[in-house]
Design a binder for this molecule. Structure first.
Ligand SMILES: [Zn+2]
Ligand SMILES: [Zn+2]
Length: 329
């Protein structure tokens, strides 16, 4: 296994195999142009495009499908056996997700607060999940201009409330990429922490372990002195957090925008802010007295596109022990 590093990925893509305009080679080319290291192919209710994409090395492709139903859209990745999505109902979704996990797959909630339209019914998440430990990841940002979209603020609040209840769910961005034309700038990406070189399985394990950073472009990361990072569990003691802000790692799509990182803010349970640190250089540290059974989420704020005080990046949390609601799977 190689050394781990952060890879820029787009985890929500469509092609002509569902309602996208991209052919599969066209999507791969567009991802290469944007210097994305990996993508997840998530056509609506089909994985037929994956045959054309599975051997791609640039970008690396993780196969999946977007369960597109009246009660919500669920992203299912790398499921080794077909699980029938057609009879998924609000009260049976837990059982469906269990079947996905038994078949080796991952479950993600797509755009939970998207407004339905006559064309795209069911974009709003109405499934009654009882056991949120069955959900691996949730799109806290979706579509082209995530930090300008108010439904993303609701998604962040939903995600934080689940963290408060002890669930560990990786935050992701999903562009819901269908075509190049007409997609508003700016966009974003999900960075995944994986062994190099990137592989589909590496992407999958990063999502499973919560090793994600959602970003409008800058690579912003947090780790402890002994190398623990997003998704990891750490002792509830006084700990040094090391923040890195790398504005050189931007997908090509974002280079039209300028980013001026201004502040690092650290949040914990109840979305309580416990640290505000002006950005000064690429690497910074802060001493944080950690409490037990909490989550700690580092975020980056600054200016982009002329707008001040804008959320630029969200790191998946680190968690302190013990965490009673968490179930291993
Ligand atoms: Zn959708
Ligand atoms: Zn979609």
């Amino acid at each position: 296994m190689g050394t781990e590093r952060w890879f820029a990925c787009e985890l929500h893509c469509h092609t002509v195999h569902s309602d996208g305009d991209f052919t599969v080679p066209g999507l791969l080319e567009a991802a290469r142009t944007r210097r994305l290291d990996g993508i997840a192919l998530t056509d609506h209710n089909t994985f037929s495009g994956y045959l054309q994409a599975q051997n791609s090395l640039s970008p690396v492709v993780l196969g999946g499908m977007e369960w597109t139903t009246y009660f919500g859209h669920m992203l299912v990745l790398d499921c080794k056996r077909y699980v029938d999505w057609r009879d998924a109902l609000p009260d049976t979704i837990d059982e469906k997700m269990r079947q996905v996990h038994e078949s080796g797959g991952l479950c993600g909630v797509a755009h939970p607060f998207q407004l339905g339209t006559p064309i795209c019914t069911g974009g709003h998440w109405d499934y009654r999940v009882r056991d949120w430990s069955l959900v691996n990841y949730l799109e806290i940002w979706s579509e082209g201009a995530p930090y300008l979209n108010t439904s993303n603020r609701r998604a962040i609040r939903l995600w934080a409330s689940l963290l408060d209840r002890g669930y560990r769910i990786a935050p992701t961005f999903g562009r819901d990429w269908h075509r190049t034309r007409g997609n508003p700038l700016p966009s974003a990406c999900t960075y995944l922490y994986c062994p190099a070189p990137l592989t589909p399985d590496g992407m999958k394990q990063a999502l499973r372990r919560g090793r994600t950073v959602v970003s409008a472009g800058p690579l912003f990361t947090v780790e402890t002195a002994d190398g623990k990072t997003s998704g990891d569990c750490i002792p509830a003691v006084h700990t040094e957090f090391r923040f890195r802000t790398d504005t050189t790692r931007l997908c090509a799509l974002q280079t039209e925008n300028t980013f001026v990182p201004r502040e690092i803010r650290l949040y914990t349970n109840g979305l309580q802010e416990i640290l505000r640190l002006p950005v000064s250089g690429e690497a910074q540290t802060a001493q944080i007295p950690l409490n037990a059974a909490q989550w700690y989420c580092a975020t980056l704020w600054g200016e982009t596109d002329g707008k001040a005080n804008t959320l630029l990046a969200v790191c998946s949390p680190l968690y302190t022990q013990p965490h009673s609601n968490h179930k291993e799977r």
